[in-house]
Design a protein around this ligand. Structure first.
Ligand SMILES: NC(=O)c1ccc[n+]([C@@H]2O[C@H](COP(=O)([O-])OP(=O)(O)OC[C@H]3O[C@@H](n4cnc5c(N)ncnc54)[C@H](OP(=O)(O)O)[C@@H]3O)[C@@H](O)[C@H]2O)c1
Length: 311
């Protein structure tokens, strides 16, 4: 079975086409013939070996990738919500050779739903992982519709979905953007845009002098963004930052693995994509053989929309 993975952790060049064993299909599981797999920042960390210690699988190859879209090839006993031949999307919790960058993949049924109608597999693959993370970040913060949310990294995949979901929930959204991304971020629905950068918290305070009620930190600026938030406000972080313990801030490290089998949430994202609430943004597709090039581009920064591998 063809996959893009590493036998030795390293730079982008470590990523090569590898042969991986077929995965057995158990009850409640779905086998997908993968057509598209997104390239996310976490995949570059996986490729470099950042998660090797915590991965119970110690044998190469390691296959990165956390979301996919394709066609159902087989369903396990008890699976009724999708059928063979359906176009689907799914979220992957990678371990060893079980990652998104492979042409044949078995996932828990709860991690797989119908793909949004009217979009191709590349576009569909951009939704599950970052959509679920954005939803979880908002749910953890639990803001009310009349409250104000700030989003950093708003031009990115996670930040963009947070902006769109928060607007759909009725919040006022202030988002950061580089000058070149202003139109993009405004198009996502942000009410107020401030220039991104190390002083983003001060710029948010200039617009909301009492501080915002919540902040989703998609740019991973950690301590730098905390001053934007009012005393007792909420912060969702995406790479483990737990805050500085000051001013009663409620900091929520947001881990998408927690909701990787929340089929209802995934299906709601599908519906919101079909309804035009969420926009699916593909920067470029690459045949899986060019996975290393996709990793190089992502690590260089400045990519808008997701890079997607095709099988
Ligand atoms: N914990 C979880 O379960 C989970 C799930 C999903 C995502 N994540 C994490 O969330 C983060 C965002 O992911 P993503 O897919 O949205 O990445 P992305 O698409 O690359 O977006 C990140 C955005 O932040 C911007 N940015 C980076 N550094 C910045 C800085 N110092 N100041 C201002 N803006 C900055 C980037 O701009 P440039 O491109 O110009 O640098 C980009 O627009 C990643 O670290 C990812 O690993 C975690």
């Amino acid at each position: 079975m063809r996959a893009a993975g590493v036998t030795q952790f390293g730079g982008p060049e470590a990523l090569q086409v590898v042969d991986v064993p077929d995965e057995p299909l158990g009850p409640g599981q779905v086998r997908i013939r993968v057509q598209a797999a997104t390239v996310n920042p976490t995949d570059t960390h996986a490729r470099a070996g950042a998660y090797a210690d915590r991965d119970p699988v110690k044998q190469p190859p390691w296959v990165p990738g956390m979301d996919v879209a394709g066609v159902v090839a087989e369903v396990g006993e008890g699976v009724e919500h999708v059928a063979v031949g359906d176009a689907v999307m799914g979220i992957v919790v990678p371990t060893g050779a079980h990652g998104g960058y492979r042409e044949d993949l078995v996932l828990p049924g709860g991690s797989v739903v119908a793909a949004p109608k009217g979009v191709d597999a590349a576009a569909a693959s951009t939704l599950p992982m970052n959509g679920l993370t954005a939803r979880l970040a908002l749910d953890l913060m639990g803001l009310a519709p009349d409250q104000v949310l700030a989003v950093t990294g708003a031009a990115g995949a996670f930040g963009g979905y947070v902006v769109q979901l928060a607007k759909a929930d009725g919040m006022t959204v202030v988002a950061d953007a580089a000058e070149a991304d202003e139109e993009l971020v405004r198009g996502l629905g942000a009410d107020v845009i401030v220039r991104r950068g190390d002083d983003v918290a001060q710029r948010i305070r200039e617009q909301f002098p009492d501080g915002v009620d919540g902040l989703a930190d998609g740019s991973v600026q950690d301590a730098l963004v905390l001053p934007a938030v009012r005393e007792g406000g909420a912060v969702a972080t995406v790479r483990g930052y737990r805050g500085d313990g000051q001013r009663g801030l409620r900091v929520f490290p947001t881990l998408v693995r927690r909701v990787a089998e929340d089929r209802a949430a995934l299906d709601r994202l599908r519906q919101q994509a079909e309804d035009g609430v969420l926009s699916l943004r593909v920067a470029r597709t690459f045949p899986a053989e060019q996975a290393a090039e996709a990793h190089r581009l992502l690590e260089a920064g400045g990519v808008r929309g997701r890079l997607v591998l095709t099988f």
